[in-house]
Design a protein around this ligand. Structure first.
Ligand SMILES: Nc1ncnc2c1ncn2[C@@H]1O[C@H](COP(=O)(O)OP(=O)(O)OP(=O)(O)O)[C@@H](O)[C@H]1O
Ligand SMILES: [Mg+2]
Length: 300
């Protein structure tokens, strides 16, 4: 199988609003494929279509070689899905939740016990298996939800903002697990608003207003997306000066990064003019993924 997922002009319309607009993409087996975009850009809608939960308005797709419209049931049986609101049962224990999902995904009954154990181990939940989910903190719940999504050993798992609301330590730990899964051949499609997590992805697709704006490796996006010369300014009062800098004819875009201002110039020829205007050095820098994100989001 050349691709784990292909979509061809996949589209979803709600009333007269187009949430996903002619999305065409390919995901290779074993890839960690990051799906990025502003709130409301259509990430969840696209994932729900690929999981067979939401019917496309038009366009086609294949998941694990199966046709999304004709072979929905085959797809549903073979994928894992962790929704934006983890679907755990608060009044069941960690182990009971895993057992429930093992049953739901038709895991052979003689394997269920060992699979539950394996997932508890993966999630670092050994010793807490009999704890009610209601009493688990965010990071545990998150890893348990992942365990529920992959207990059937799906060839592909869709993770929709799996790390929102958990601490940096838990997020790091979660992505280590994802990396291990991918290295063992599982395809992972993941949405996130954290740029450090996007860095772990082999490929990033960026969507805005339902449209695909760019797909590439994190490094290539940083090299290629921003047209112009990006510089960093260390100004004493960033917020006050940003507005007037944005008005300069040779400035394309400004954004604040901590105490520093990132300014995108048409090209290097206006470096001197900017330095004269602000009175501080303008240091050319390689864009971060956050710069790429902002530039792509502003394009639409
Ligand atoms: N069932 C629905 N009926 C009507 N509109 C919907 C429905 N589901 C989603 N939308 C709209 O489609 C757009 C895309 O929503 P979606 O949830 O896919 O965005 P998202 O990229 O996942 O955003 P976020 O980053 O906030 O999770 C939004 O404007 C949303 O309001
Ligand atoms: Mg979403």
């Amino acid at each position: 199988m050349e691709y784990a997922v292909t979509t061809d002009r996949l589209t979803r319309v709600f009333g007269n609003f187009t949430a996903v607009d002619q999305l065409t993409l390919q995901i290779k087996p074993g890839e960690i494929y990051g799906f990025l975009g502003p709130n409301g850009s259509g990430k969840t809608t696209a994932i729900r279509m690929l999981c067979g939960i939401l019917e496309p308005t038009s366009g086609t797709a294949t998941v694990l070689g199966y046709d999304l419209s004709r072979e929905t049931e085959q797809i549903k049986r073979r994928i894992g899905y962790m929704s934006q609101k983890f679907s755990l049962y608060d009044d069941l224990t960690a182990a009971e939740n895993l057992g429930f999902y093992a049953g739901l995904y038709n895991t052979p009954s003689r394997e269920r016990k060992s699979r539950v154990q394996e997932m508890l181990d993966m999630a670092g939940l050994i010793g807490r298996e009999d704890e009610l989910v209601a009493n688990l903190s965010g990071g545990w719940k998150q890893r348990l939800a992942l365990g529920c999504a992959i207990i059937s050993r799906p060839a592909i798992v869709f993770l929709d903002e799996p790390t929102s609301g958990v601490s940096p330590t838990s997020r790091r730990r979660f992505f280590n697990i994802i990396s291990r899964l991918a290295s063992e051949g599982t395809t992972v499609m993941v949405t996130t608003h954290f740029m450090d997590e996007a860095e772990y992805c082999n490929k990033i697709a960026f969507i805005s207003s339902g449209r695909l704006m760019a797909v590439d490796t994190p490094d290539n996006l940083k090299q290629n997306v921003l047209a112009g010369c990006l510089v960093e300014l260390d100004l004493p009062n960033v917020m006050d000066q940003m507005e007037s800098i944005e008005q300069l004819p040779y400035v394309k875009e400004c954004s604040v990064h901590g105490l520093l201002l990132h300014v995108l110039l048409e090209d290097e020829s206006s470096l001197g003019a900017l330095e004269d205007y602000t009175g501080v050095p303008a240091k050319p820098i390689i864009p971060s993924l956050e710069d790429v994100f902002i530039a792509l989001a502003n394009k639409n």
